[in-house]
Design a protein around this ligand. Sequence first.
Ligand code: NAD
Length: 362
Amino acid sequence: MAGIGFMGRVHSFAWKNAASLFGTDDIDLVAVAGGPDDSEEAVRSFARRWGWSTPVYRVQDLIDAPVDVIDVCTPNDSHEFISVAALRAGRHVLCEKPMSNSLGGAERMAAAASAAAERGVHASIGFVYRRVPAVTLAKQLMDQGELGDVLLVSARFLQDVRLDPHRPDTWRASKKVAGSGVIGDLGAHLVDLVAHLTGEMPTMSSTMTAPYPRRGAHDPAVLSSETEDIAVCSGSLASGALVEMRMSRVAVSRKVDLGIDVYGSRGRISFELQRPGELVFVQGADGLQGVVERTILVTERTHPYQEMWWEPGQPVGYGSAHVHQVGDFAAAIRAGRAPTPSFEDGLRVQRVLERMIVDGQG
Ligand SMILES: NC(=O)c1ccc[n+]([C@@H]2O[C@H](COP(=O)([O-])OP(=O)(O)OC[C@H]3O[C@@H](n4cnc5c(N)ncnc54)[C@H](O)[C@@H]3O)[C@@H](O)[C@H]2O)c1
């Protein structure tokens, strides 16, 4: 695994637990690499804490290590070189979203993945919210036609992480490293969710703003923000359904407020991450029967992924979705199948994001 930050911790948790929960014994946490700003001690202590046998200090050492899979948990500008080098070396790749900090980078990654696939080497992109059990159930209901024709999808992802103008910025505020702001950071998840649930890639336009364009200017050590923090996007699916998305990193009191409503001709589903174990499923009936609304507690043994977890009634959330992600990835690799979503799926999302960014820049 490359990267020992937030995603490094989450993916380590996932790999560590996937073997037990999926009931396999063939996942070994071999080597972990930090970035240029991580001290050797930081990498060593991360490896000790999370159970990686070998801390390494250069990404090349990771690629040369005797591993089957490389998991890319680094900032967006390094996804391309790590993934492409790993695929060329015959390592399967799981890479965090957004696929790259540029459309060109995503195209080169997809081309490398397509060449690797001919040698039986596979790549997948980490759109983890697909694997929250309630979202997986929503997908099953939609695939069964329970909503009828999709008419409107409304999605939001709101946070307040960049609200404090005095808080030092990270690579997320750098256009060069991140590629974009909230659109790549949070919008990537929304575009994937819409595409995954409906089976269609949306065409979107956007308006965006950076409310603190010179944040931190009082302190030269703090970066000025170069990337957008709020975006409001609208568009449609090929079927004619309309799509709206709102995303913000400066929404007061919103922590990880991810939500999606899908309105069909016969029903609606609504999901919000702050209630990860619940899926609202509404069927609009005719005449006297009125509307039938159910909140499904997605914790029954028969629900997606629940068999491996706790007793019914105990919901699982964000960390568990990452366990599902790496467990599904490993199962596909083990079976010689291409894991999903593929780098080609990641590229399709990146094309939508690119259009949103260019459009938002006006
Ligand atoms: N799926 C999700 O829910 C989710 C959530 C947050 C972040 N992400 C994505 O995960 C990726 C990492 O984000 P994060 O929040 O963990 O960032 P972070 O800043 O917390 O951690 C990044 C880590 O990568 C290391 N690094 C930097 N350059 C490197 C290089 N060239 N080689 C090896 N390591 C390098 C850094 O030193 C740090 O250890 C980003 O692409 C981000 O968009 C996904």
